[in-house]
Design a protein around this ligand. Structure first.
Ligand SMILES: NC(=O)c1ccc[n+]([C@@H]2O[C@H](COP(=O)([O-])OP(=O)(O)OC[C@H]3O[C@@H](n4cnc5c(N)ncnc54)[C@H](O)[C@@H]3O)[C@@H](O)[C@H]2O)c1
Length: 356
């Protein structure tokens, strides 16, 4: 790979000097761009939710590739297109292999492809798992902010499932101004809970850290509950555990029994996306035959179209939109273009004359 000025990347093919070029951005480069920029990325994600809510995006359903011989694994394709100032098209291709964790590597791995708006040529392939975790955490932090307005600000948080996504969410909450008197942890794996505690201690967090022995203890003692497990079907169904009306960031989407959702205020990122693939909101819709249990989208809350009542638990279930990956990926790409150090793959496109 050669580092070359990247101003030519993705320009139309009509000028031979500006032939399409292709860049590769590694995970280390992605991280160096995103580290410590929590507030900036949360604002970016908020802007993209608004763009999406206003119809300036294309975000088709995700495509799930599953395997009869590996039923717990999947690879998901998330194509998307965003308009606005930094318009770009692209695709996230993300694997989830939960057994990776026992082999010592993260569950998820991904690439993100960016395509040029004018020519359609792919302009970059980027490491995508950091971008994906980052946009997920930014979305959760944004939801925590908007959905806690109008109710006492949470002073205790509980992480239900203490893997990589919970770590990113904690980091993003901290970078956007949250601190907690109590941080609760619950995981089926003692090693995961201990690993998360180690991360918190290295990060120097204030407040008491408690590893709970039961799901009930964690939920009852947390004003804000983050679900980030790999559960495929609901395993929490006791409504009385939610009697203190917590704010629930239901990032793993399939933990809560429909009865919990039906007794809560429900906010999603995109209604059509979220009511699919056996998510808890999907199961709730199947149970009652309508969508009346949904208050609306996070964009509806941000735009002031709905207000969030404080008299029930509030549950945010984000399906995870490809437009968010694309926006964060384009942000990283633009930063590397500006630096003049984008790593181009010379000769990646080699058939550039129609008749040779
Ligand atoms: N909604 C979104 O946009 C979005 C985006 C990214 C990831 N996710 C989801 O976040 C989840 C977590 O991802 P990760 O990368 O952190 O996975 P991970 O494997 O690193 O961590 C998951 C943890 O959950 C624990 N766990 C599993 N079942 C449990 C249960 N029933 N009770 C308590 N703990 C349990 C596991 O032991 C593990 O420590 C996944 O389900 C993933 O699909 C959602």
């Amino acid at each position: 790979m050669n580092a070359v000025p990247a101003t030519v990347a993705g320009l139309p093919t009509s000028d031979p000097a500006n032939s399409p070029r292709f860049a590769v951005i590694s995970g280390a480069q992605v991280r160096s761009t995103l580290d410590g920029r929590g507030k900036r990325i949360v604002k970016l994600v908020e802007d993209v939710y608004c763009l999406h809510g206003n119809g300036e995006s294309v975000n088709p359903p995700s495509y799930f590739l599953r395997f009869p011989d590996r039923p717990s694994a999947r690879i998901i394709a998330l194509p998307a297109s965003i308009g606005g100032q930094s318009r770009v098209d692209g695709l996230k291709w993300i694997s989830s292999f939960p057994d990776n964790v026992t082999a010592g590597i993260p569950r998820a791995s991904a690439v993100l492809i960016l395509n040029d708006h004018d020519t359609g040529y792919p302009i970059a392939c980027m490491e995508g798992s950091v971008i994906s975790a980052t946009r997920t955490a930014a979305s959760a932090a944004l939801a925590a902010d908007w959905l806690s307005r109008g109710r006492p600000r949470p002073t205790s948080v509980g992480f239900f499932g203490t893997g990589l996504i919970s770590r990113y969410i904690h980091t993003y909450l901290a970078e956007t101004g949250w601190s907690f008197d109590e941080i609760g942890l619950f995981d089926l794996s003692a090693d995961s809970a201990a690993g998360f505690r180690g991360y918190l201690e290295r990060a120097g967090v204030q407040g008491q850290i408690t590893e709970h022995k039961s799901a009930e203890q964690l939920i009852r003692s947390s004003d804000m509950v983050v679900f980030a497990t790999v559960a495929g079907e609901p395993h929490v169904s006791e409504l009385s555990w939610f009697g203190h009306r917590p704010l629930v960031l239901h990032v793993s989407l399939r933990d809560l029994a429909p009865e919990i959702l039906l007794a809560s205020t429900n906010v999603v990122d995109d209604i059509e996306h979220c009511l699919k693939a056996n998510t808890s909101p999907h199961l709730a819709e199947e149970l009652i035959g309508n969508r009346d249990f949904l208050l609306g989208t996070l964009f509806d809350v941000i735009a002031g179209r709905v207000s969030v009542p404080a008299d029930r638990p509030v549950v945010f279930s984000p399906f995870g939109l490809g437009v968010l990956d694309l926006a964060v990926g384009k942000y990283v790409y633009d930063e590397w273009v500006s630096s003049g150090e984008l790593q181009m793959i010379e000769g990646f496109f080699s058939e550039l004359h129609r008749y040779g």
